[in-house]
Design a protein around this ligand. Structure first.
Ligand SMILES: *Cc1c(COP(=O)(O)O)cnc(C)c1O
Length: 440
């Protein structure tokens, strides 16, 4: 691991370093979400002061082309004028009512219209709440206890889903989280991703106890690992055969991989029973959702016995931002994402090849990531067999050249429709030097 106190990076970012010192005195690790702390790459996390279009500016006044996009939400870039106008307008009319309001209906209609398997949808405030509520509903509907998940898939920090999770858990090399009771973890069955035989074996042995299988629609939290052809179909077939529900977690892929998310992307002929959303649908505000079959959703309070609630659910400012974002996500936005994504990933691969750095670029629509290893990555074991030191050198060289990558080898790179040719050029210009740094 790179020395996190290395003076060179603190010297480059004195205002960030000063804020980090103050933050550490009042907040564990100085951050409000672990992967922001730069632990796996070392150095001083940059405190950002503003964002505009494809760029972020830190408190030292340095500008970066942003390839994190707040980990997915900023599909239109930062401070999109129409989103900001909608937010101003909504906020001026009151920031929270604790009653139903029109924007919630409009946002729900937009989701139902885009994603056919979603007949009913409920709004919440985070992806974590969405997956937590979806598995409670699946257990309530089936009357069964077990949840099947895949190693390396991250579904938020829900107790029973924080087992062999990707994202920050992978970044920090935590096997699992402390504070999750063994009894709760025992209700979660973890399988290798893309392994139909393992799935069939679990269902043959314990199928009558399984409430649901939850899967990232295309995995993005261990780096990008799409489902093998036929894998999602196998999930649908096996769950249906055993009366279990299929929950597709589209918090990352939803409204990013296409208008309708991963579900609408490939010629995938699979309707999940429940889907979860977040990130893009909040337009940079806390808004998320879960939805699906009307007969399953009918079990939710107040119609049914499965309780779920939220003081800020359907918040008028968050729904205004989300609705405006989704309405702006037209075909031109998705084709720009594809174009920017393929230009950057091809250039990254070319630079790393030239520098002799073993790597593998994987994609799921415009989502992509670079694994610092050779060979196809199909599951979490493959993803973990990376040269994270090479990634750390690559990351810092990109950062020094003004490109902000996810500070972890286990994360997806996110582009936005605001990444214009000038922003893409800056990324391409930084790549050869970073590839050389990665080579060591
Ligand atoms: C980000 C993410 C979550 C958690 O969402 P939060 O809003 O961070 O709680 C859940 N599932 C997936 C697939 C995600 O990428």
């Amino acid at each position: 691991m790179t020395d996190p106190t290395a003076p060179s990076t603190a010297e480059r970012a004195p205002a960030s370093a000063a804020l980090l010192a103050r933050a550490r005195a009042v907040t564990p690790g100085g951050v409000n979400s672990p992967v922001r702390a730069f632990r796996s790459v070392g150095g001083t996390p940059r405190f950002m002061a503003s964002g505009r279009g494809p760029t972020l500016t830190d408190v030292d006044g340095r500008e970066y082309v942003d390839l994190v996009g707040s980990w997915g939400p900023m599909i239109l870039g930062h401070a999109h004028p129409e989103v900001i106008a909608a937010v101003h307008d909504a906020a001026a009319r009151g920031t929270s009512f604790g009653t139903p309001s029109e924007n919630e209906v409009l946002l729900a209609e937009e989701i139902v219209e885009r994603v056919a398997p979603v007949e009913r949808v409920r709004l919440v405030s985070s992806g974590t709440e969405a997956t937590m509520s979806a598995i409670r509903l699946a257990r309530g509907f089936t009357g069964r206890p077990l949840v099947v998940k895949f190693a390396g898939h991250y579904h938020g920090h829900v107790d029973s889903l924080l087992v062999a999770a990707g994202s920050g858990v992978a970044t920090l090399a935590l096997p699992d989280s402390a504070g999750v009771p063994a009894e709760m973890a025992a209700e979660t069955v973890v399988l290798p991703y893309n392994d139909v035989a393992a799935l069939e074996a679990v269902f043959a042995a314990r199928g009558e106890q399984v409430a649901c299988v939850i899967t990232e629609a295309a995995a993005g939290n261990m780096g990008v690992v799409p489902p093998d052809p036929g894998f999602t179909e196998a999930l649908r077939r096996v769950t249906a055969e055993h009366g279990a529900l299929l929950v597709s977690d589209e918090v990352m892929t939803g409204f990013r991989c296409s208008r309708a998310g991963w579900w609408g992307h490939e010629d995938l002929d699979v309707a999940p029973d429940l889907l979860t959303f977040g990130k893009v649908m909040g337009g940079g505000f806390p808004a998320a959702a879960f939805g699906g079959r009307a007969d399953v959703m009918a079990l939710l309070a107040p119609d049914g016995p499965v309780y779920q609630a939220g003081t800020l659910s359907g918040n008028p400012v968050a729904t205004a931002a989300g609705l405006t974002t989704l309405r702006l996500c037209d075909d031109a936005v998705y084709s720009r994402l594809d174009e920017v994504s393929s230009t950057i990933r091809e250039a990254a691969s070319e630079a790393l090849t030239k520098a002799g750095v073993p790597h593998r670029v994987q994609t799921a629509s415009s989502m992509f990531s670079v694994f610092f290893r050779d060979g196809t990555v199909r599951d979490y074991d493959d993803a973990r067999a990376q040269d994270t030191e090479a990634f750390a050198r690559f990351f810092h060289a990109m950062l020094d050249a003004g490109v902000y990558l996810p500070p972890s080898a286990y994360e997806c790179w996110f582009v936005s429709a605001a990444h214009d040719d000038a922003a893409v050029e800056r990324v391409l210009a930084a790549l050869p030097g970073a590839a050389a740094a990665a080579a060591g």
